[in-house]
Design a protein around this ligand. Structure first.
Ligand code: BT5
Length: 265
């Protein structure tokens, strides 16, 4: 192992000492799901900005009870506890901020350009590099959100069955190892910055999201129950709904929910 292979919560905390998000990093060598643990901590009084980080996640979750796979000691499964200053209808902005933070951090630390695919994916070379899972308890006494980030860093997708076709890691793309601590620090730095902006200027978050979106102007098919919508992805509205324009000119505002979105050629 080189020194860059080991996650160091202390190093991450020191680098983020003056910032709210990342002020405390709770590290586990192995747990089931960082989102589950972060939620439990929040219910027990865990504070805004705490980050749960692990080297091995053996029951990682995606949306709608799908699974998230990561390779022990190679990737970044992390979750951030947020007590949002945003109204409940704007909480999708947290997913947007996490996505922007990942894209910017990967660019800065690894010199690799990736892009956001609505609603919660980061894509590189047309394959999925990262997924964001935002879950929360909004409306209760102390509403909180848990923002989970699964970033494929030094793992390899070869020999991982179906994932080999649809997923990619930074190492797959570049042929070299990347520093997971530096990536986490950069993601959290940017998340802090974006979170500060979002309180006053949600429009700036929307513009940054659109700047980094890899699917605007492209043909997409949205599958929602029995409904299929084919059109061009044109942008998002501030609450995160995607604008899809059919060739007839009719526009649809797509709500992120139980649907899938395919990028067409
Ligand atoms: C997501 O869900 O993309 C959100 C993934 C969030 C994972 C993080 S890791 C830290 C935190 N703790 C958790 O338990 N979860 C969060 P979704 O859009 O539903 O995509 C899930 C689908 O992505 C799966 O059904 C697979 O097809 C695919 N997938 C699974 N593992 C992958 C990987 N490592 N890379 C790319 N695609 C993957």
């Amino acid at each position: 192992m080189t020194h860059t292979d080991s996650l160091s919560p202390q190093h991450i905390e020191n680098a983020l000492a003056r910032q709210a998000i990342g002020q405390r990093v709770i590290y586990y060598p192995c747990i089931d799901s960082t989102n589950r643990v972060a939620r439990t901590l929040a219910l027990q009084g865990g504070a805004h900005g705490w980050v749960v980080l692990t080297d091995e996640q053996n029951a990682g979750r995606g949306r709608l009870d799908r699974t998230w796979e990561s390779q022990p000691g190679k990737d970044i499964p992390a979750s951030i506890i947020i007590y949002p200053h945003l109204p409940a209808e704007d909480t999708f902005q947290l997913t947007m901020m996490a996505s922007i933070a990942v894209v910017q951090a990967v660019e800065r630390v690894c010199a690799v350009t990736c892009g956001i695919k609505w609603p919660n994916d980061i894509f590189l070379n047309e394959k999925k590099l990262c997924g964001v899972l935002s879950e929360g308890q909004i409306g209760g006494h102390m509403p909180f959100m848990v923002i989970g980030i699964g970033l494929n860093v030094n793992s390899s997708m070869a020999s991982r069955g179906k994932l080999a076709d649809s997923a990619i890691s930074l190492r797959d793309a570049t042929g070299r190892q990347h520093d997971r601590n530096a990536l986490i620090i950069a993601i959290l730095e940017d998340f802090n910055h974006l979170y500060a902006i979002a309180g006053n200027d949600g429009e700036q978050i929307r513009c940054l999201w659109e700047k980094h979106a890899m699917m605007l102007g492209r043909r997409v098919t949205v599958y929602n129950d029995n409904d299929v919508i084919k059109g061009t992805a044109c942008g998002i509205v501030p609450d995160g709904r995607l604008i899809v324009r059919e060739s007839s000119g009719q526009e649809h505002l797509i709500v992120c929910g139980d649907l899938s979105l395919r990028l067409d050629q």
